[in-house]
Every structure is written in C-alpha cells, then in structure tokens.
Write a protein that binds this ligand. Structure first.
Ligand SMILES: [Zn+2]
Length: 214
C-alpha cells in the first residue's frame, strides 16, 4: 500500500482525476476546474506537483490519468469520499445533490475507527447516494447511454461525474439511481432520453456520466 503524503486539497484532486477518468477516460483541465472550483491556471500548477510526486501522468494535448500509485491513493480517498456522502445522505438527510460538495468538508477526517462506526450505522449501503461503489474496483460492469438499445427500458445505476451543477440537473431530470430511463433517439450531439420526469436531451459529459443496468 502506498503511504499517502498529500494535502487535503491534493486528495480532492486525485478524486476528481479518478472521477473524470472513470467518466471520459481522461481528466481535462477544464473539467477539473469545474469540479474543484479553481482557475485552470491553478489546476495546472497543482497537477504539475502531483505529476512530480508520481501520482498522475500527463497525456500531451489531452489531459491527465492516474498512475498506478495514483490509483492506489484513489482507492482509499474515493472510498472515504463515498462513505462520507452516504453518511450525510442516510444519517443527516442531506439532499442528494448536495452530498458531494458537503462531503469534501468532512471526508479527510474519516479514520479507520470512524469509518467502522459509519459503516455499522449505514448497514447494507455499499454505495454513495449517486450509486458509485465504496470499492472503486466494483464500478466496472455497467453500460453507458451510448451502448443502450433505442426504446429499451433500463435502470439508472450511477452518476459517475459528481460535479454539483451536474447533480442538480440529473435530479431535476429524474436521472437518479434506481429510476427507469429509455434512450429515444441519438443525434450528433448526444441522446434524447425519457424518464419519469419527461424527455430530455443529454450531451457531452452529461451523456457520459449516466451509467445504466439492463
Ligand atoms: Zn457520490
């Protein structure tokens, strides 16, 4: 196991890179800037430091990916993030779309003992409120909207991109884990989906963020 020698802020960066890599295959500065709420210049500087420490790899002209050490850190820090989100959602009744941002205030303090008490309290929940598993290795077997058969009904499994405004949009569209969703049509920009709340057009990272189950 790698020893984590990172600031709280750098842990947030690792989580954000993981989330974007999971959603788009790569973390671009523009999206990191949106998730972390810093300017692209500030993001670039911090990414240089993380690159030097060996946690991220720069792919020229495309963005960043986590190195093997970075993935090892993400396995621990993403887990802390998701457990604290579940704690906020199930125990403190924090609204679904606000758990992500508020979790960033407490997740760094989740120690082994505290984690044990939270896990006991939230019982059978092994996922964050957005459907992402505490164990990142379990997030692999799901479909994307791009793979969906037109007209077929699926269940929303998870929202992999937890940026706040995205979560607000998903909530208002009724795209939350456990809800039904159908892809009505595709065009060059994205997909038209139908949910309990109506018909909506999803494109770019919004389309990529929705994972579904048969
Ligand atoms: Zn979450």
């Amino acid at each position: 196991m790698v020893s984590i020698n990172l600031t709280k802020e750098q842990e947030d960066y690792i989580n954000a890179v993981y989330e974007l890599q999971d959603t788009l295959g790569i973390a671009k500065i523009v999206h990191l800037s949106r998730i972390l709420n810093y300017s692209p210049g500030a993001i670039n500087d911090e990414m240089k430091r993380l690159e030097k420490k060996g946690y991220v790899i720069r792919i020229p002209y495309r963005g960043f990916r986590l190195s093997q050490d970075g993935m090892e850190v993400a396995r621990i820090t993403v887990r802390k993030h998701r457990i604290s989100e579940a704690f906020l959602f199930h125990i403190l009744d924090v609204p679904w779309e606000r758990c992500h941002l508020l979790s960033m205030e407490i997740e760094h303090s989740i120690s082994g003992d505290l984690e044990k008490y939270i896990i006991e309290k939230i019982k059978d929940n092994k996922k964050c409120p957005h459907g992402n598993s505490f164990d990142i290795n379990e997030d692999t077997k799901d479909l994307r909207l791009v793979d969906a058969e037109l007209g077929k009904e699926y269940t929303v499994k998870r929202i992999s991109y937890e940026e706040s405004s995205t979560l607000f949009i998903m909530r208002s569209y009724g795209i939350i884990p456990g809800k039904k969703i159908r892809v009505l049509s595709r065009d060059k920009h994205g997909v038209m989906v139908s949910t309990e709340n109506g018909d909506f057009h999803l494109e770019g990272i919004y389309e990529m963020a929705v994972r579904i189950n048969e």
